[in-house]
Each structure stands twice: as C-alpha cells, then as structure tokens.
Design a protein. Structure first.
Length: 202
C-alpha cells in the first residue's frame, strides 16, 4: 500500500528565494505542491521524504523565475492487486457498494447472500442477519486497479473468508457457526440413517 518512489520534477523559484536555505525552501515548495495529491502512475503522495539532487538553476527569460530540476524521494499510497485493506462504505446501491480507503475509491458487487433493502439503503446478509450500510468498515481484497490522471479506482470483493464487515457482532457470528455445525451434524445423521435402513432392507 505504501511505497517509496523516486520522482523528478521542475520547480520554479523567485530570485529573492535564492541564497542560503534554498534547499529547505525548495523542499517546502515540494510539500505544498505534491503532498496529498495524485501524481499519475505513482499514486497519492503522502510524504516528501528528502531531496536527492537539486540541479543547477536556469533563468527563464521574460518570466523572472529560476527553474530547478529536483530529484526526490516520496512516500506514496498505491494499491496492488490481491492486496487486503480496510475501507469505509460511502454509498450503497442495488447493483453495488462504493467505499473509500483514504483517497482510494473501491467498487464492489455484493455477494449472492446479500439482499438489497431500498428502504434502509443497506444490504442484509441472509446467512447471519447482519446489515451492511453507509459508514460501515469493510475488509476487502483488491481484484483490479485502474489508474488515470486524477484518481485510482479499485474493483474489490468481500465474498471470501475473513472479508466483509469488520464489526460483525461476535455473539451472532458464533451463534451462526454453531447453528451451521448443528445442521451439518443433523444432515450427516440423516445420511447414516438412510444407509442403515438400506442395509437392513437388503
């Protein structure tokens, strides 16, 4: 999710900014220009780490500015395919769920066990009776990542073990698992009873 990348950009400064402390002023300008911004294929810039190289200044004729080529390291937020992360539900629709993990947008198709409730603008999990609605925290797995000039959008899923709503009620979850196990034992008992009867008739 968080990686360090090397970036190179041209930065423009005023003549009165030259002199002692230029490097610090350039770094401050980098903070202002890039932190919190989406920068193409790199992702969302979280932090400007340090300047690796500050090139020689070039006077821009007619502009009264000096251009510097700056190479620096930045910590960026960038999702990867199959990565598991937590996201907050932003909207719920009949055909899908939209969530956000910081600046990342995630789109999900609800599992088959979910029924949409238009009156409550939520989904009902038919297996355990829990609801999924706006503001809930989800644990999701990224299936696809789409990067464009202004944002990163992910296609994700909650239809796997250990994924879904993070705050499922523990008591209900245990109750559901116990009930499921009981049904499994009853089914197994019926199958053995059928085998016993068939052997008796034979």
């Amino acid at each position: 999710m968080f990686v360090t990348v090397r970036m190179e950009r041209n930065l423009y400064v005023q003549p009165n900014e030259l002199g002692a402390g230029l490097r610090d002023r350039v770094k401050r300008r980098l903070h202002e220009a890039y932190e919190g911004m989406h920068v193409g294929r790199f992702g969302f810039v979280v932090l400007i780490d340090r300047i690796e190289e500050l090139g020689k200044g070039k006077i821009i004729d007619g502009a009264g500015m000096i251009q510097f080529s700056v190479r620096f390291l930045a910590v960026v937020m960038r999702p990867f395919k199959n990565e598991v992360l937590e996201a907050t539900v932003e909207s719920v629709h009949e055909n899908g769920i939209s969530a956000a993990a910081g600046p990342l947008h995630l789109l999900m198709v609800p599992p088959d066990r979910f029924d949409y409730d238009a009156t409550a603008d939520s989904f009902l999990d038919k297996e355990n009776g829990e609801t999924l609605s706006i503001g809930n925290l989800l644990r999701v797995r990224v299936l696809q990542v789409r990067v464009d000039a202004t944002e990163i959008t992910c296609i994700a899923t909650i239809a796997e073990a250990a994924l879904g709503k993070v705050a499922w009620d523990v008591g209900k979850k245990i109750e559901y698992m116990q009930e499921k196990a009981m049904k499994g034992r009853e089914k197994e008992k019926e199958e053995w009873e059928g085998i016993r009867k068939s052997n008796t008739v034979g």
